[in-house]
Design a protein around this ligand. Structure first.
Ligand SMILES: C[S@@+](CC[C@H](N)C(=O)[O-])C[C@H]1O[C@@H](n2cnc3c(N)ncnc32)[C@H](O)[C@@H]1O
Length: 188
């Protein structure tokens, strides 16, 4: 079972490591990361792995890596400079992360042929036409029971203005539980 003390240590590391400012700029805040772990623990199963869309510089990836250790976190990043930074940061501080460069719509179908996961975190391009298929692909292959989490569901990001963004994707799916800036679905 995931140990709370291990996760608190992970957060402490993220907030105090020399790279803290670089990885935080657009990263998920600590409270939200802890909520993920509590939600997952409520399922009463062991983590078998995680898939994340939107690595940025590796903050949430690092936390997930501690959460699922020794299992693997697969994470996808579309911007080369973020990918390069995340490879450096996660390469120094983790042993169970696999980082993929590219657009989620290209990478996910290949990745999901072999990735084993019961946690999925969607935090990439914040528009509806991207977030919705990401969710559907992740839901199809997730091990049951599994937890899928959307971040940033409480506002429409600039890139989502054309189609209603992540809030629209969550509304179309209809059966997610919304809490603050997150939406959760337990897939059974
Ligand atoms: C909000 S940031 C992710 C923050 C990260 N989860 C954390 O907490 O540290 C979103 C990231 O998604 C990446 N991104 C945007 N579109 C993407 C796509 N289609 N596929 C994969 N990554 C994408 C962006 O380059 C950016 O680094």
């Amino acid at each position: 079972m995931i140990e709370e003390s291990k996760l608190n240590s992970a957060l402490q590391f993220l907030d105090t490591c020399p790279e803290a400012e670089d990885i935080m700029a657009r990263g998920v805040e600590s409270g939200t990361l802890l909520e993920f772990s509590r939600r997952f623990r409520a399922l009463g199963v062991e983590p078998v792995g995680a898939v994340e869309i939107g690595t940025f510089r590796g903050r949430s990836t690092y936390f997930l890596s501690q959460m699922v250790s020794p299992e693997i976190v697969y994470t996808i990043e579309a911007l080369r400079e973020n990918y390069d930074y995340a490879c450096w940061f996660l390469g120094r501080h983790t042993t169970n992360t696999k980082i993929y460069f590219g657009d989620s719509v290209d990478v996910l179908p290949r990745l999901l042929q072999h990735a084993v996961y019961n946690i999925a975190f969607i935090d990439g391009l914040h528009n509806c036409t991207r977030a919705l298929p990401e969710y559907l692909m992740l839901e199809r292959f997730i091990k049951r029971p599994g937890l899928i989490i959307f971040h940033d569901v409480s506002y429409v990001a600039a890139e989502g203005k054309v189609d209603g963004g992540v809030p629209r994707a969550v509304e179309m799916l209809g059966d997610l539980e919304i809490e603050g800036d997150k939406a959760y679905k337990v897939v059974t």
